[in-house]
Write a protein that binds this ligand. Structure first.
Ligand SMILES: Nc1ncnc2c1ncn2[C@@H]1O[C@H](COP(=O)(O)OP(=O)(O)O)[C@@H](O)[C@H]1O
Ligand SMILES: [Mg+2]
Length: 253
């Protein structure tokens, strides 16, 4: 039972050591490294393209292809560093959360032709969100669930109040899959930038999702069981009202 033991952890536990917070030393370091690599890399790329012209027909093209693909790889890594460190100014607007999540999930799955289950308590919950950032966070989490699904796997998405109190202050979005689940090693590294178990993975999906959720004063909590599946819980504050109550928007309307 050791390997399949249920591992639970609140991602908040990782925050102090792992988060690439904007303005933090780590974040600045990453930005500096990106700048320092990008300029010489541009120099290498343009020199290689001049060399290509000079040596046209006299040298095996495959060698240039290798150089080009290495340059592209470094360049996309730099892009990832910028993605992590670029300052973001969220633009919050008041929306109805259940409908928003319903539409985001529908858009996500209709493009992939995969079936899913959606549950909500149908209560209206206002939330102040940056729709692009929250959609991005949800897509990153859904992407992982889809990747982890086997042939007969299922995905369940739910939106409800965090607890049954009528005046609950938090909304809870859950995304549960019956996919591969994770072992302890993967679970411990989930929020480490660039950690991935996928051949073409970038290891940024969850780091970015967590950052975006924190922009909304929310939390993300993950539970996983190897060969059983994974549950991601996102808590977001419900907007309690104010001058702009009554102006709830839904995407697509
Ligand atoms: N729902 C899930 N089921 C199984 N493994 C997962 C799930 N979500 C995340 N993981 C693991 O966490 C790793 C990091 O995920 P992520 O940050 O999104 O980066 P990436 O998807 O590029 O690998 C994944 O490579 C995978 O091993
Ligand atoms: Mg991912």
């Amino acid at each position: 039972m050791v390997d399949s033991a249920k591992i639970m952890s609140d991602s908040k536990l990782y925050l102090e050591t792992n988060e690439l917070d904007h303005g933090s030393v780590l974040s600045q370091m990453a930005a500096t490294i990106a700048d320092e690599i990008r300029n010489p890399l541009a120099g290498i790329a343009s020199t290689v393209s001049l060399l290509k012209e000079d040596l046209s027909g006299r040298i095996d093209d495959a060698k240039f292809k290798t150089i080009d693909s290495c340059i592209r790889r470094i360049d996309s890594f730099i892009e990832d560093l910028y993605l992590l460190t670029r300052p973001i100014s969220p633009g919050f607007m008041l929306i109805e959360l259940t409908e928003f999540v319903r539409q985001v999930v529908e858009q996500f799955f209709s493009a992939k032709n995969i079936s899913y289950h959606f549950i909500s308590d149908n209560e209206k919950m206002g939330a102040k969100v940056d729709m692009i950032l929250l959609q991005n966070a949800l897509y990153n989490i859904l992407d992982n669930s889809v990747y982890a699904l086997g042939q007969d796997g299922e995905i369940w998405v739910s939106v409800e109040k965090e607890n049954t109190d009528h005046d609950s202050k938090m909304a809870r979005i859950t995304i549960r899959d019956t996919g591969t689940g994770m072992d302890k090693r993967v679970f411990r590294n989930l929020f480490i930038p660039f950690f991935t178990t996928k051949h073409e993975g970038r290891g940024l999906g969850l780091v970015i999702a967590r950052n975006y959720i924190h922009f909304h004063s929310g939390t993300i909590h993950i539970e996983s069981e190897k060969n059983k599946g994974t549950l991601v819980k996102i808590n977001l504050p419900i907007y309690a009202g104010g001058d702009d109550a009554g102006t709830w928007k839904c995407i697509g309307s």
